[in-house]
Design a protein around this ligand. Structure first.
Ligand code: MIC
Ligand code: SF4
Length: 643
């Protein structure tokens, strides 16, 4: 067996472990973050199960941090108070980004982790099957329910050799993205194997598994070996370590061979993380901003390398350099090591240990300029600036660029390659992680401010869909397109308010917004329909990309193909995801097209073809990839109605 099969076998609750089959797996640990967590905890409360049934659940606050107005702090207070009695550990604002902190303080090899954030697979760096999901699925896992997933095909990425100086873990995952792309990997898990694995530290492995999210795979993972043991021991958690690896000669559904020594520094240019080029191809491009941080590249190791490069040098005056440590542990350690002083002396701007610029919360670049980021996503407008131009890079390329004022190959600067050995001991201070109250002990009163509303519920799926296409959105529509974050992120707990900006990026002056069109249709008793192309809903796990359209009366999304987490979120909130039996029929459906579908409930239940009639008399056959459980959920109008 390969490692994925072993871990899944040890957690299998239902189903046949064969690629493509639906299986239920036991979830050992969960994580939530504040931007998806308020809904997840409201949903968890609605289930009425009291305390979580997992081995460990942690609630992090890392996304909604600017506290511009009371909304963010209201959310933090709700999350703090609801966690205590629910048996959930609470990582306070300021303690760091959920994925980085979870890796440092909680991850255990061989366990399963479900998180309401798409970069939960960061935990694969420590040998976990760590999967991102919508908040409702995480709430169900907290309530002790198995997680339903497609039993994966396993792609083995066999690493050999070791990285040359100035080539980083980031370049490994960018190279993998250039091979597998962001499309067509739904239902797969990537497992790293081979001799080259042992040359990579856990933080480097975590960079690679983190950005596996951009491949659209269920998760990515590394074996747990002596390196993992060293990391956990240095985190004071050596006793939790256990080895886990594929059996010798284990088979994979596909194998990709990568010689680490043959890689070179790469970049991924807007608008997609698979738009990968050599740094030498774009070197010399003028840059206005460089940002180093995010759950992909903000470990102590990453920042130590950057500090060694900036030591005794100054950031180019044309560049604004921002650095956000991944966790309070990293911030404390760079304070002690002197790296922080180096950053300040070099002219860097120090940001909070949080998501910050990655999700457009701050540090948006100037219009029509280039921003170079060690992050994982370069989707249009994600920075908060229209016409942004983003290059995703390693910390090494970012630091070289900050010094040069233009995109620079770190090999060209003549700086000796920094020695970045892992510390024997990390600085351990868990004082910002609040334990839950013991079972039976009095819990604090749960604080619910006026900005926190109940998650809305859907009505059961109608038997006849009668409505118009509200938007034809095109290929590779991300959840950032559907539900923008940035300045709107603070409305995550207030659906009527947040729903006003559904598809905001496509709203045009002089035309009613998507929300206005949808509400007008809903109030006229018509159903809302969205049409998308390939990979509809790629990117984040935010279930708001389903909840808000649902609130506006959307009943149906027809797309060429769907990404895994978003398809599950649609189903969870009672929106039907359908595809075209004949892909060319996509061209038949334009903005405003009228559609009637009859006998929908019976056809779904019996498995017969779903036929959409257009006013022209043409009919389109629509198909789906729903399981019997999914169909039951959609018919009921979502999981909350069923539970
Ligand atoms: C992201 O990187 O897009 C986020 C913000 O972390 C999201 C979660 C969210 O929208 O709250 C994700 O990746 O799942
Ligand atoms: Fe936060 Fe960015 Fe990571 Fe999402 S991708 S969890 S916004 S740092």
């Amino acid at each position: 067996m390969n490692l994925t099969q072993k871990i899944l076998a040890a957690h299998l609750v239902s189903g046949t472990p064969r690629p493509g089959e639906q299986v239920g797996i036991r979830i050992d640990q969960t994580l939530t973050q504040d931007a998806t967590g308020t809904m997840a905890f409201l949903e968890f409360e609605a289930m009425g199960v009291g305390r979580v049934k997992t081995e460990l659940s942690v609630s992090y606050v890392d996304h909604n941090m600017p506290q511009n107005g009371p909304n963010n702090a209201n959310d933090h207070e709700y999350l703090r108070t609801v966690a205590a009695g629910a048996g959930v550990w609470f990582s306070r604002p300021g303690n760091g980004i959920c994925h980085q902190v979870h890796l440092e303080r909680f991850g255990i090899p061989g366990k399963t982790l479900l998180g309401s954030d798409s970069h939960t697979p960061t935990g694969g760096g420590i040998g976990m099957v760590a999967i991102g999901a919508g908040g409702l699925d995480v709430a169900l896992a907290m309530a002790g329910k198995p997680f339903t997933m497609t039993y994966p095909k396993v792609i083995g990425v066999r690493l050999s050799g070791r990285l040359k100086p100035w080539v980083a873990a980031k370049d490994v995952i960018l190279h993998v993205l250039s091979i597998l792309t962001t499309k067509g990997n739904v239902g797969c898990i990537v497992e790293y194997c081979g001799d080259g694995v042992k040359s990579l530290t856990v933080p480097e492995r975590a960079t690679i598994t983190n950005m596996g999210a951009e491949l659209g795979v269920t998760c990515s993972l590394f074996p747990s070996d002596e390196r993992t043991k060293a990391f956990m021991t240095a985190q004071g958690r050596g006793r939790g370590w256990q080895p886990c690896a594929a059996d010798p000669g284990a088979e994979y559904d596909r194998v990709i061979e990568i010689d680490l020594a043959a890689l070179e520094p790469l970049v991924a240019e807007s608008p997609s993380p698979d738009n990968v080029r050599k740094v030498t191809d774009v070197a010399g491009t003028p840059v206005q901003q460089v940002v180093i941080g995010s759950c992909t590249n903000s470990s102590f190791r990453d920042l130590s390398i950057v500090a060694a490069m900036l030591k005794g040098r100054s950031v180019n005056p044309a560049v604004s350099l921002g650095i956000s440590p991944g966790s309070r542990q990293v911030l404390q350690m760079i304070t002690e090591s002197g790296a922080l002083a180096t950053f300040l002396a070099a002219g860097a701007r120090i940001l909070e240990a949080a998501c910050g610029p990655c999700i457009g919360q701050c540090f948006s670049p100037a219009e029509n300029t280039v921003t170079v980021r060690t992050y994982n996503r370069n989707f249009k407008d994600r920075t908060g600036t229209k016409n942004d131009h983003v290059f995703l890079v390693s910390p090494e390329v970012a630091a070289a660029t900050a010094l040069s004022g233009v995109i620079a190959d770190p090999r060209s600067l003549g700086i000796p390659y920094p020695d970045a050995t892992e510390p024997d001991r990390y600085l351990i201070d868990d004082s910002m992680i609040v334990p839950p109250v013991p079972p039976g002990a009095p819990a604090p009163e749960i604080k619910r401010a006026t900005t926190i509303g109940e998650p809305p519920r859907n009505t059961p799926l109608p038997d006849e869909i009668n409505g118009a296409v509200l938007i034809k959105a095109g290929d590779k529509i991300t959840t950032d397109h559907i539900m923008p974050a940035g300045v709107f992120l603070k409305h995550r707990s207030n659906i009527p308010e947040y729903a006003k900006v559904v598809f905001n990026v496509f709203n045009e002056p002089g035309r009613p917004t998507f929300a206005e069109r949808a509400l007008a249709a809903r109030d006229a008793g018509r159903h809302g329909i969205i049409v998308g192309g390939e990979s509809y809903g790629q990117g984040s796990s935010r279930e708001h990309a389903a909840i808000c359209p649902m609130y506006l009366g959307v009943k149906l999304v027809i797309a060429k193909s769907f990404e895994r987490i978003h398809a599950a979120n649609l189903v969870n909130f009672g929106i039907l995801p359908l595809s075209f039996a004949v892909p060319a029929d996509y061209d038949e459906l334009q903005d405003g097209a009228e559609i009637v579908i009859k006998d929908l409930r019976a056809r779904l239940a019996s498995g017969s073809a779903i036929v959409a009639a257009l006013p022209t008399g043409r009919t389109l056959t629509l198909v789906h990839a729903l399981t019997p459980r999914d169909i039951e959920i959609v018919l009921a109008g979502g999981v909350l109605n069923m539970v």
